[in-house]
Design a protein around this ligand. Structure first.
Ligand SMILES: [Zn+2]
Length: 379
């Protein structure tokens, strides 16, 4: 690890953040983007290079006249950050470098869902991730409403109300901690490492225990205090569908959650089934199982079609534990999307993303990395 450093000015924060997002990048381009004079920029980058945060990585023919420009990039190994995704059963973590590349992973089952116990488990995962390289800060992602990057106002699956979870974790490992909603973490991961590299406007829809939604519009995530409330859960999809827990007919919760699909599948099959079994039966072509899964895929297709009409996204990413319905019922999904479109419209690009745990953990680390680069955390 390089010597600890501390950013001295707002300008240095801005330079570090810009290189983090756009690097490798020339000084000329940096100066243009930040509206700084070349001499000012050179002075700023000189200090950042000396402190080991930025490195010079190569040369490009900058002006077509043969005058080379040296490119600057973040020294990815200068700092590491831990990202932890908390589910109802596990805390799963990834240690990432300053570029967000995963260098370690670790996982520990929860011993209970009380806040103190979950904080103990998160701290244990961080210590394991830190075996070789100490993380500078960490991010925790969980399903719920989180405010100020710290307090979990509501997390139904853990039974929490108003828990300052960041404080509980910080008390155990003395590391700056940022807590966020897990769909926001996944959205950030897609923005930085996934589809965001190809599309500046995209949406993410997750299906599983709940229904999640997030959007990045012109390179900016849509954020807000109520993000983690899962407000999209009651988006109407089928006016003739079954009722949800709040009595809406055919809303997203009633049509797309695992529990709702399993309940209909159980009735159709005449016995209870679990999610893995239902997916297996549908893949094997068992008619009742197939029909339920294809029905859900069709409802998901309507959801995608409606969202595509609203956001005009370059891509729609489908993910979550229940995303198998989209692959099995791909024809129904595609037909439903087409039924809501216009003949002249390009169909939205749909990306089916297997629920990759490490991606959620990686996304969880991003806010810690961003806050550090912006200078909100110093050593
Ligand atoms: Zn509903």
């Amino acid at each position: 690890m390089t010597a600890p450093w501390e950013l001295a000015s707002d300008s240095e924060h801005r330079v570090a953040m810009e290189v983090l997002l756009r690097g490798p990048i020339s000084r000329t381009e940096l100066a243009r983007r930040l509206e700084l004079s070349q001499p000012s920029l050179s002075r700023l980058t000189k200090r950042l290079v000396r402190h080991g945060l930025l490195i010079e990585v190569g040369r490009v023919d900058s002006d077509g006249a043969g005058r080379p420009a040296i490119l600057l990039d973040i020294e990815s190994s200068s700092h590491h950050f831990a990202g932890i995704k908390v589910t109802g059963q596990y805390a799963r973590g990834a240690l990432v470098d300053f570029r967000g590349e995963v260098v370690e992973i670790a996982e520990t089952p929860l011993s209970g869902t009380e806040p103190e116990r979950v904080a103990d488990t998160v701290a244990a995962v961080v210590r394991e991730l830190d075996r070789h390289t100490r993380s500078t800060g960490l991010g925790v992602a969980l399903g719920g409403q989180v405010v100020n990057g710290s307090t979990v106002r509501h997390a139904g699956f853990l039974g929490w109300e108003e828990v300052d979870f960041a404080a509980l974790v910080e008390a155990r490992i003395e590391r700056p901690t940022i807590v966020q909603n897990d769909v926001a973490a996944l959205l950030a991961a897609e923005h930085w490492f996934g589809i965001g590299r190809e599309a500046e406007t995209f949406v993410v829809i997750t299906v599983g225990a709940g229904v999640g939604f997030g959007a990045v519009v012109h390179d900016r995530p849509i954020e807000g205090e109520d993000f983690g409330l899962g407000l999209i859960s009651h988006w109407p999809l089928d006016c003739a569908g079954p009722p949800c827990s709040q009595g809406h007919r055919g809303c997203a919760q009633a049509m797309l959650t695992e529990a709702s699909i399993l309940s209909r599948a159980g009735a159709a099959l005449g016995r209870e089934v679990g999610w893995a079994e239902l997916i297996d039966l549908a893949k094997q072509g068992q008619p009742a199982a197939r029909q339920q899964v294809e029905g859900a895929a069709s409802a998901l297709g309507r959801f995608v079609g409606e969202v595509a009409s609203l956001f005009l996204p370059g891509a729609v990413v489908l993910s979550g534990e229940g995303v198998d319905i989209a692959a099995i019922g791909n024809r129904q999904l595609t037909e439903a999307i087409a039924s809501l479109s216009h003949p002249a419209a390009r169909p939205p690009r749909v990306v089916i993303r297997e629920p990759e745990t490490v991606l959620w953990s990686r996304g969880a680390a991003i806010p810690a990395l961003q806050v550090f680069a912006r200078g909100g955390v110093t050593e």
